[in-house]
Design a protein around this ligand. Structure first.
Ligand SMILES: Nc1nc2c(ncn2[C@@H]2O[C@H](COP(=O)(O)OP(=O)(O)OP(=O)(O)O)[C@@H](O)[C@H]2O)c(=O)[nH]1
Ligand SMILES: [Mg+2]
Length: 298
């Protein structure tokens, strides 16, 4: 009993916000460190639309990651909601991982203004080092190192897994002494409905381009188990009839591909057979509708 208590006292636990522009690899990093697919990933902008938790429990303690939407200027209610999640993540965090990637060309003054007065520990994470040589990486470090009082600067490749463990170790060095916040077996707090809708949305992001990633969302209408099969009915919302045509594709080919790929992934996740029925619905202006945003993005 006493031994257990002593061990608990040596644990370090806390909240860590993943912050940065869109596409820099925040969600890829979260999945890498969690060794599980928690957040969806794509090469399109604004993939993550709300705060998603990844709870990493180790003997050293517990890190609760907040994967967040990329920093951007909001033009729709949806985007205002996304940026609110970014702010909440920052306020609640014990530590911030500020991500840039090796491709980054922008200056980061605005991003830094979001956390510079919060008085929190901030690491600079430079992602996608697999794409460049050492000289370019050193160049990037020297360009960004004086922009803020970073507690650590770590070049990583979230995709290849380089230095992901190092970031985890460094986080534990800075987190306050505290026991676990969540039960050990908990890894994320997403509902099944939300997870399913995200997997379908990821496939839409993978297979479409131009404005399609921005104008689509997914609402799971029904999910139930019947004779060992999980039966799911989901609706894909678009804003115009022309967009509906694109999602359905020639003789339904696009919708079929989206459904098949999402089903494979969901069967892996639930470890059960999945029957997935997808429909496309035109809902003009859904990105500005508070009712729909509450319904689908939670
Ligand atoms: N080469 C390379 N590509 C990466 C790396 N990490 C992420 N990517 C790619 O970068 C793209 C964006 O990754 P995401 O993880 O979705 O980026 P994000 O920062 O979460 O983006 P938002 O959710 O839109 O804010 C995807 O195509 C990833 O495969 C990396 O270390 N190396
Ligand atoms: Mg993301």
């Amino acid at each position: 009993m006493n031994i257990e208590k002593k061990e608990n006292q040596n644990r370090h636990s806390g909240y860590v916000a993943l912050l940065g522009r869109t596409n820099v690899g925040k969600s890829t990093f979260m999945n890498a460190v969690m060794e599980a697919k928690i957040s969806i990933v794509s090469d399109k902008p604004q993939t993550t639309r709300k705060q998603i938790l990844g709870i990493k429990t180790t003997p050293k303690g517990q890190i609760i990651f907040f994967d967040s939407p990329g920093i951007h200027i909001p033009h729709f209610r949806l985007n205002e909601k996304m940026m609110k999640d970014v702010h909440h993540s920052l306020l609640d965090a014990d530590l911030i991982l500020y991500f840039i990637d090796m491709d980054t060309k922008w200056d980061d003054e605005f991003a830094i203004s979001l956390f510079k007065d919060l008085n929190k520990t901030v690491f600079l994470i430079i992602n996608k080092i697999d794409k460049y040589n050492k000289a370019r990486i050193l160049e990037k470090i020297s360009k960004f190192k004086d922009n803020f009082q970073w507690q650590e600067i770590v070049p990583i490749s979230a995709l290849k897994g380089n230095n992901v463990d190092l970031v985890e170790d460094l986080i534990f060095n800075y987190l306050p002494e505290s026991d676990y916040y969540y039960p050990e077996e908990e890894s994320t707090l997403q509902t099944e409905r939300f997870y399913v809708s995200e997997m379908v949305r990821e496939k839409i992001l993978n297979f479409t381009h131009d404005e399609m990633p921005f104008v689509t969302t997914v609402k799971v209408e029904d999910i139930h188990e019947k004779e060992n099969v999980i039966v799911i009915r989901a609706e894909i919302y678009v804003e115009k009839r022309s967009q509906k045509k694109i999602i359905i594709g020639k003789q339904g080919s696009m919708l079929k591909m989206i459904g098949e790929q999402a089903r494979v992934e969901l069967e892996d996740y639930f470890d059960k057979k999945i029957y997935l029925d997808l429909f496309v619905k035109v809902v003009p202006g859904w990105r500005n509708s508070p009712r729909i945003l509450t319904e689908i993005e939670s």
